[in-house]
Ligand binder design. Structure first.
Ligand code: BES
Ligand code: MN
Ligand code: MN
Length: 469
């Protein structure tokens, strides 16, 4: 253990003195139910944005703005007084997922509670906890040093959980004032076993709805059964025609743009300390399932998928009701990998669904949302700075992982804004994001604050020229 410098000591003292206030402030942010998908929570999303803006003002960030996008606002702020030092664009999102099924929560989702070393509540991990730790790292740096080692621009989004529908337009329109040397996204997590990680790949997304329509109203299944096609049966046949028994997707052309893993990449993935038995046990399933010919980690991180997210139609009540449903529906999404394009995948998906649709029903296929996959470079100096910061604070060198989830803005930063991206996130791997009883490890949160501060010092040490290398 090396001795702390006076600057580091002051930073630690500040954090120690404000531990209680910090937790209270974290809880305050969680208490705002900023569910972006539900229109009745639009005012709450705005309230969360304003809460964050007020906090940014208070800690000394500048040009704080709750910026209109056409959807839920973006919160922007900067601090640009580290002359000659690199500029980093930091992205997190303040919106959260809906909370249903509510009855499975052990405490109300927007009344955060601390149990042992965990805080429970919607958004504590995804992604308000990570956003909050950036606020607190900046606060402690500015309070103890009166300055920051790098220039920072914060972009905190309010629509990530609803496919970032308005963000790209806002980013392109604000290209000039978003100039930076790289972007840092804190919206990912650690590897199984809570091992510090840097995510180097995210999957993209194509999200569609399939509507199968028969008659105007439900039919008596005695009077008409045998004479007409049943929309629910037809939907089941369509879905069955999307994938084979080996988990391969049957949409023609689906795999055309998929970049195969190299032998080296496969070896790196196979060397990750992945305990498949523990993973299975945690899920409580009889066995794992996926595309034949690939390991679980490959299937989860580097292969595309096709999954039904929801399916409905016909009688859902108790007991029986003898009908041929008038219509049936499914929400179906594909996770995409480089270089798949969501629009091309949608076109192929739609064509295939229409081609295999039974003739006795009308079928409509709609695109609900999408995002591009992304790959971020391990050897970029900013990634390596993050690795050193993680090792210095968590006491363990990070592993490099491919995540199955999607953060569409990652590809926008890379492609539209020409920014290299570092994915530095602190969620524990089993944090129940999007599910009941979402939790955050308070150790990850607290050490995350130190990691961010350390990261900025590392980036300053590299300097602008070093980041170009
Ligand atoms: N933080 C997640 C993305 C994520 C998930 C990163 C798992 C790493 C591991 C993000 O908030 C999210 O949930 N994204 C959505 C995107 C979708 C709405 C386009 C997702 O992945 O479903
Ligand atoms: Mn997230
Ligand atoms: Mn999420």
């Amino acid at each position: 253990m090396t001795m702390m410098t006076a600057t580091e000591q002051a930073f630690e003292d500040y954090l120690a003195a404000h531990a209680e206030a910090r937790l209270e402030s974290y809880k305050e942010l969680i208490r705002i139910p900023s569910i972006s998908a539900l229109p009745e929570h639009a005012a709450d999303c705005r309230r969360a944005a304003e809460w964050i803006a007020a906090d940014l003002e208070q800690i000394g960030m500048e040009h704080v703005e709750v910026a209109e996008t056409g959807g839920h606002p973006v919160v922007y702020a900067d601090w640009l007084h580290a002359e000659g030092a690199p500029t980093v664009l930091v992205y997190c999102h303040y919106d959260v997922q809906p909370v249903d099924p509510l009855d499975l929560w052990t405490s109300p989702p927007f009344e955060p509670v601390v149990v042992g070393n965990r805080i429970l509540g919607r958004g504590v991990a995804d992604d308000k906890g990570q956003l909050h730790l950036h606020l607190r790292a900046t606060e402690a740096l500015l309070a103890t040093r009166g300055t920051l080692p790098v220039n920072l621009r914060f972009v905190f989004e309010g629509e990530e959980e609803s496919s970032s529908a308005n963000l790209d337009r806002w980013l392109r329109a604000n290209r000039q004032r978003l100039a930076a040397h790289f972007a840092l996204i804190s919206d990912t997590g650690f590897f199984e076993g809570n091992i510090p990680s840097i995510t180097i790949a995210l999957r993209g997304m194509m999200y569609a709805q399939v509507d199968v329509i028969g008659t105007e109203v439900d039919l008596h299944s005695g009077g008409y059964g045998g004479a007409v096609e049943n929309p629910a049966n037809a939907l089941a046949r369509i879905i069955a025609g999307l994938k084979d028994e080996d988990g391969r997707i049957l949409v023609p052309g689906f795999y055309d743009d998929v970049v195969e893993l190299t032998p080296d990449e496969r070896r790196l993935m196979s060397e990750l300390p992945f305990d498949e038995e523990a993973y299975l046990a945690r899920l409580g399933l009889p066995e794992l399932h996926g595309e034949i010919g690939y390991t679980t980690l490959e299937r989860r991180g580097a292969r595309p998928t096709l999954d039904v997210n929801g399916i409905w139609g016909g009688f859902q009540g108790e007991g029986s009701k003898t009908i041929i449903p008038a219509h049936a529906h499914a929400k179906i999404s594909c996770r995409l990998v480089s270089d798949q394009d969501p629009d091309r995948v949608f076109a192929a998906f739609r064509d295939h669904v229409l081609a295999i649709a039974p003739a006795g029903v009308r079928v409509e296929v709609r695109l609900l949302g999408g995002g591009h996959p992304s790959l971020t470079p391990i050897d970029h100096p900013a990634t390596q700075a993050a690795a050193r910061a993680l090792e210095a604070t968590f006491g363990q060198a990070p592993v490099y992982i491919r995540e199955g989830g999607s953060i569409p803005v990652c590809a926008t930063f890379e492609q539209a804004l020409d920014l290299p991206v570092v994915l530095l996130g602190f969620d524990p791997p089993d944090q129940r994001a999007h599910a009941p009883n979402e939790w955050m490890d308070l150790g990850n949160y607290e050490t995350g604050i130190r990691t961010v501060a350390r990261m900025w010092d590392e980036v300053a040490a590299i300097g602008v020229d070093g980041l170009r290398a």
